[in-house]
Design a protein around this ligand. Structure first.
Ligand SMILES: C[S@@+](CC[C@H](N)C(=O)[O-])C[C@H]1O[C@@H](n2cnc3c(N)ncnc32)[C@H](O)[C@@H]1O
Length: 134
């Protein structure tokens, strides 16, 4: 899965720490976690999949527009494709490097992890995102 290695390096220690701090979680009264500077909301989503009510705070509307789109509007995995390197040939060894597609989302936020079979409430507020286990 694309980006998994990088996510493991950054997110795994955080997820493991949360897991050890709150070992007995239940869906009825899940613990709450704030993610400051949540960017596209992936860490906030991973934390919600762990069984937390997860709130991401973000001040960039560029990030908020994208996270809102991914969290609230996507229907399937791999639904959308972007070409992130299309506008630059810097460090590209071949045309195929520059034309490499990236599909997203790699997981569907509303139907993965603990949220499966129990749809999550994904709300985008003015400057924060809230991902809640229902
Ligand atoms: C390096 S990115 C990390 C994104 C995300 N946590 C991740 O792991 O992929 C830092 C994010 O923090 C946001 N940020 C920085 N200062 C902030 C602040 N004072 N309030 C809210 N968001 C902030 C930036 O807009 C950026 O999206």
């Amino acid at each position: 899965m694309q980006g998994q290695k990088e996510r493991d390096q950054c997110y795994k220690p955080i997820l493991e720490e949360l897991n050890s701090l709150f070992p007995s979680r239940c869906n009825k009264r899940p613990p709450t976690c704030l993610v400051p500077g949540a960017g596209l909301g992936r860490l906030a989503l991973e934390i919600s999949c762990l069984g937390f009510v997860s709130q991401g705070n973000e001040f960039s509307y560029y990030m908020m527009i994208c996270s809102s789109f991914i969290l609230n509007q996507t229907q399937n995995t791999g639904e959308w494709t972007v070409y992130p390197w299309i506008h630059s040939n810097c460090n590209s060894l071949s045309d195929s490097d520059q034309l490499r597609p990236v599909s997203f989302p790699d997981i569907h936020p509303a139907s993965e992890g603990l949220l499966k079979d129990s749809p999550c409430v994904v709300v985008t507020l003015l400057k924060s995102i809230v991902i809640q286990v229902k």
